[in-house]
Write a protein that binds this ligand. Sequence first.
Ligand code: AMP
Ligand code: MG
Length: 484
Amino acid sequence: MGIGWNFDNSYARLSDSFYASLKLHPVSNPKLVILNKQLASELGLNSEELQSEEGVQILAGNVAPEGSFPLAQAYAGHQFGYFTMLGDGRATLYGEQITPKEERYDIQLKGSGRTPFSRGGDGRAALGPMLREYIISEAMHGLGIPTTRSLAVVETGEKIIREMELPGAILTRVASSHIRVGTFQFIANWGSYEDLQVLANYTIVRHYPDIPNSDHRFLYLLQEVIKKQAELICKWQLVGFIHGVMNTDNMTISGETIDYGPCAFMDAYDPDTVFSSIDTKGRYAYGNQPKIGGWNLARFAETLIPLLHDEEDEAVEIAQNEIAKYPLLFEKNWLRGMRGKLGLFNEEEQDKELINELLDMMKKYEADYTNTFRALTVNKLEMTSLHDQEDFDQWQKKWQERRSRQQQSMEESTQLMKERNPSVIPRNHRVEEALDAAVNNGDYSVMERLLKVLANPFDDSPEHQEYSQLPVPSNLPYRTFCGT
Ligand code: AMP
Ligand code: MG
């Protein structure tokens, strides 16, 4: 019995203006350290076979799987506001696996060696950041947030040079595609009009097949992408996820979260929260994410100008009209999401005020974002810093009255809250603990245990309670680094 590869490489069939085909860069001593068996099965892959010598060679980028077409995708992007040419500098796209359910997923290696887009880089990745991407992306999936997935991590057996020597690793990433805003920016800047049409039509077929084949289809594409991103970033806000590097090359057209570098979850509620050591001006702070989403979408809209109308002025106006709708669309999503977190089914005009009053108090009393909403859900407020605060007591009365002004019972309201407010998130100290055990001691049991809890983050077992504990207070702020 084989591994179960079933490739159909539609991206490779596009013109080679979109990518560079690759030869592989074998590593000396690959060792599979973690495999996502559930995901393998969903992809139609046999976990036993993936763990075999042949399977590991494939996951290490030593041998290409049957039917694959290794390539590096070309893309550009605005990094911290500055436009530049990028492309997969350390990734190999094997191709598209067609699953037993006839779904199509990119299978990509990250850290697999140099490509024509590597610039000065070595094309490699360190073990810690690859395991970190594995944990956080799987946690996001558990939380019900669209995301790329992680199939496996292989240690390469080779050291890579950063500020110090680090063990090298390769992550196998699974995505509904790796088409980014930056892919469109690359083609809009350096490709032909025909290339742009090809890319836009390809994207419609692959991600938005319900768009009718009319003259307006590129406008519909813009609308759908805006809608998807408004939903995605709203979901991040609702769980306190901070992406950390929302450059346009890290924003997918499918609406999946991608490129887990310096990301982390917020503890105490504060819109100014930034973890990334390089985000010194807070461009990608928690509270800025919705606005940056709009900025990135405007860059996407710009790339579509030639397709929106023959007259450039008209096209610009069409694009601007759509972009102008984004803030309201985002807010609608956010209000709906926040109502859910507070157990509210219906809408009242003062809901926004009610929500913002709570958030303001959470900021004032440095209340933990996740645990406060969970405490409201299970009525255990004595665990939070809001407990016994007079203004919070007032607010609670108002909230309980508001909850009673709906058809649904209190039990139904509580049930809704249980489904919307996770008991666990990948707490920074827990992630660090798991990475430390794996990277420094070769002990993957801590990570496996963490992943198990994160797979069902809305459960409430004693184990979940253990993982919802805050770290011991520290004077040092948590810092994350780009996983290069
Ligand atoms: P990222 O910060 O992971 O989104 O990467 C930004 C860009 O830098 C992408 O074009 C990556 O492919 C490239 N890159 C990151 N690390 C390396 C590396 N070690 N070698 C070559 N290119 C890299
Ligand atoms: Mg990236």
